[in-house]
Design a protein around this ligand. Structure first.
Ligand code: HPA
Ligand code: ZN
Length: 380
């Protein structure tokens, strides 16, 4: 057995490999070595987690912007960030709540201006996801963050969708895009954004709702979600992250969403828990995010295992991995270690991730068959 690799080393390694190519694009390099490094761990459960086929259903593309890439893109665009270095930016990652994180997240997002910026960002995420055996990813984007600054809608979608095509060719990873409305902006602005999205319908499967939750209840967006349904979009909403169970009810009853993002505060309302359970409405839970934004003091206090044991369709996701210090692998590891998940629990979570996805029934079954094969062939 080789020496145990330090997981913090791997994280640093992952962050250090952006290379500028002649065409001006940044890519993560040295993939083979990275994969070998990953597989060299002698921690059996971590290897199991790394290799288990999984889907990621809750990741904001802007939240995958690592400081090194933010600085590289800022340079390329002759922009400056209000920090001297990537290290200094990372030092500012000390959040008290959702709003304190969002403030920084929107500042860093300003470096994204051109199609290739969005391409590089999405490609870096998809490369990492692939290394962690994410077979399918449903990725959020926040168009208003960029269109408000004058970046055209097609620049955003163009860069991200081209990266998803290349990543599928290179790694076999499948993806869907979900466009979120910023709930601290007006319903009119959301409606305008929905209208812009209609031209890009073939690239966008779903509509979501994110940003500052408290004081911005889902029902404010009922009309725009009604229209999204009429246009054939699937829908999700962040609810019950900082907001009360009432917001989850509203997301379900007024917005008619098919999945709840976060939703961890559902546990305060037994009737709601019963509804989520009996209708198998999935929750896309993001454990490290919830601790970094102080919903729970530690992962040990996180209610993910309770929700799983209550029979809810719980999935594990990374949310904004560059800001919270953990991609999907680190999230699975964190809950496994702190809450004592066993291989059956992990199987269930991975299976839920495919079940809860927006893939067709046939595609879901194909992925679940691969997962079952992994389980049957896996040897301790
Ligand atoms: N909650 C709400 N909005 C967000 C988040 C989140 O966790 N991440 C990025 N935008
Ligand atoms: Zn989120």
């Amino acid at each position: 057995m080789g020496k145990e690799i330090l997981w913090s080393e791997i994280l640093t390694f992952k962050r250090s490999r952006y290379q500028e190519f002649d065409n001006g694009l940044f890519r993560l390099t040295n993939l083979k070595n990275l994969q070998v490094l990953f597989m060299k761990t002698n921690n059996e459960l971590k290897q199991f987690i790394l290799g288990i086929p999984k889907a990621e259903l809750h990741v904001h593309i802007e939240g995958t912007l690592e400081p090194e890439l933010a600085f590289a893109i800022a340079d390329r665009n002759n922009l400056s960030l209000p920090f001297n270095s990537p290290e200094q930016l990372r030092k500012a990652y000390n959040f008290n709540n959702l709003q304190s994180f969002l403030n920084l997240y929107y500042v860093a997002s300003r470096v994204l201006q051109r199609e290739k910026d969005f391409y590089d960002l999405a490609m870096a995420y998809l490369t990492k996801a692939h290394l962690e055996t994410v077979r399918h990813a449903e990725i959020f984007l926040d168009p208003q963050t960029h269109t408000q600054r004058g970046v055209p809608f097609e620049t955003i979608i163009g860069g991200i969708s081209k990266a998803t095509i290349d990543a599928e060719k290179e790694f076999g990873i499948s993806t869907k895009l979900i466009m979120c409305f910023l709930r601290d902006l007006s319903a009119e602005s959301a409606m305008e954004t929905l209208t812009q999205a209609l031209t890009f319908k073939e690239w966008i499967i779903g509509i979501g709702l994110d940003s500052s939750e408290l004081g911005n209840p889902p029902e404010r967006f009922k009309n725009v979600f009604d229209r999204a349904h009429q246009e054939g979009f699937l829908t999700v909403a962040h609810a019950g992250e900082e907001g009360p169970p009432e917001y989850i009810w509203q997301a379900l009853e007024a917005l008619k969403v098919s999945r709840i993002d976060h939703g961890v505060r559902c546990i305060e309302d037994p009737e709601l828990v019963e509804k989520l359970k009996s209708e198998r409405i999935p929750l896309t839970v993001c454990p490290i995010s919830n601790v970094k934004l102080r919903l729970f003091n530690t992962i040990r206090e996180h209610n993910l295992k309770k929700l799983l044991d209550l029979g809810l369709c719980v999935t594990v996701n990374s949310d904004d991995p560059a800001y919270f210090g953990g991609y999907i692998f680190e999230n699975y590891v964190a809950v496994t270690e702190a809450l004592g998940l066993d291989k059956n629990d992990l199987y269930l979570v991975a299976r839920n991730s495919f079940e809860a996805s927006f893939l067709t029934q046939e595609e879901k079954e194909r992925y679940i068959a691969k997962l079952d094969k992994y389980m049957s062939e896996y040897r301790d």
